[in-house]
Write a protein that binds this ligand. Structure first.
Ligand code: SER
Length: 314
């Protein structure tokens, strides 16, 4: 069956690059980008674009019908730090969008759904190093609670109604095209922008806060690989642990200094420190590696070169 894809939240950090890649792979006209507000000129020029509030099931359905969509990537969400400021709004957006799309799949308007989860499903009582797929999960953030609940909704719709929904627990994602907004791992993007622009960065996490991270190209590839995988190989229908690298602010700064020797960093931890402290330092993703052959390509060094080169050109 030909893929006819709708991306909800296409203007966000992951949406921007995932939409581009999906269009390269499946053809511009087969990938409808959508967001709650207008997209960039490039995105709206390259292929179809629709304004959609991801919690509005009827509008999503009308776009599905208009373009004969069979796959939905639901990327609209409120991230961890912003969600702490607007808990009710975060819960409504993160949950109602997922339930709308799962219902549309249950009603057979679409055949496949992708929905991202996060390392935020873990909490302070989770083993911190090499966190396993199945372990204690007691999230203490609104974002984490919404992601954990969402994972079990995905599993429920799969078990009960046969919905083909697939999901990954992303670590912090690092990219240069579109900045993330309102997350706790955002420092690892900001640090590169500031290094290039001003050669100085004040980090909102303390120097030894280790978090799991990944370069965008790896995240996009993992997502498409999971969606392309034979359903028989997908053994986890909550969400797969996914990992590539982990580092501290001090370590990323040292790596940047190899390219920009006069770069300096200082530290002013704020409320996001507490969120970071509740998350794992590193993730065991062996199930993704075994079940559908996941492999990452970017280590800290290669990612740093890519980030700095691209930002300098920009
Ligand atoms: N990057 C996200 C955040 O920091 C975690 O999934 O909120």
């Amino acid at each position: 069956m030909d893929k006819r894809i709708l991306v909800l939240g296409a203007s966000g950090q992951i949406g921007t690059e995932l939409t581009q890649k999906l269009r390269e792979l499946y053809g511009n006209s087969n990938v409808v980008a959508s967001d709650i507000k207008l997209g960039t000129f490039e995105m709206m020029d390259a292929g179809p674009f629709e304004i959609i509030d991801a919690t509005d099931k009827e509008t999503i359905l009308s776009v599905i019908k208009k373009y004969q969509i069979n796959q939905v990537y639901l990327l609209a969400a409120m991230l961890s730090a912003t969600a702490e400021k607007f808990p009710q709004k975060a819960w409504n957006l993160n949950m109602n969008s997922l339930l709308a799309v799962l219902e549309l799949a249950k009603e057979k308007h679409i055949q496949q759904v992708y929905w991202p989860s996060s390392i935020a499903v873990f909490g302070p009582t989770t083993p911190k190093n090499n966190t396993p797929q199945k372990t204690i999960m007691e999230p203490t953030t609104v974002y984490g609670i919404s992601k954990l609940a969402g994972e079990f909704w995905c599993n429920y719709y799969h078990e009960k109604f046969g919905v083909d929904v697939r999901s990954l627990r992303y670590p912090g994602i690092i990219s240069w095209k579109t900045k993330p907004g309102g997350g706790t791992t955002d420092y690892a993007v900001d640090v590169y922008f500031k290094a290039v622009e001003e050669k100085i960065f004040t980090c909102f996490l303390s120097e030894n806060t280790r978090l799991p991270m990944m370069y965008m190209e790896d995240a996009v590839n993992a997502t498409i690989q999971l969606m392309e995988a034979n359903p028989a190989t997908i053994k986890i229908r909550t969400s797969y642990n996914l990992a590539a690298i982990d580092f501290t602010p001090k370590e990323i700064a040292a790596e940047i200094r190899k390219q920009i020797p006069d770069f300096t960093i200082d530290y002013a931890p704020d409320s996001r420190q507490q969120i970071a402290d509740s998350w794992p330092s590193s993730i065991d993703d062996s199930e993704a590696r075994n079940d559908w052959n996941w492999k990452h390509e970017f280590d800290l060094k290669r990612m740093t070169l890519e980030m700095l080169n691209n930002l300098e050109k920009k």
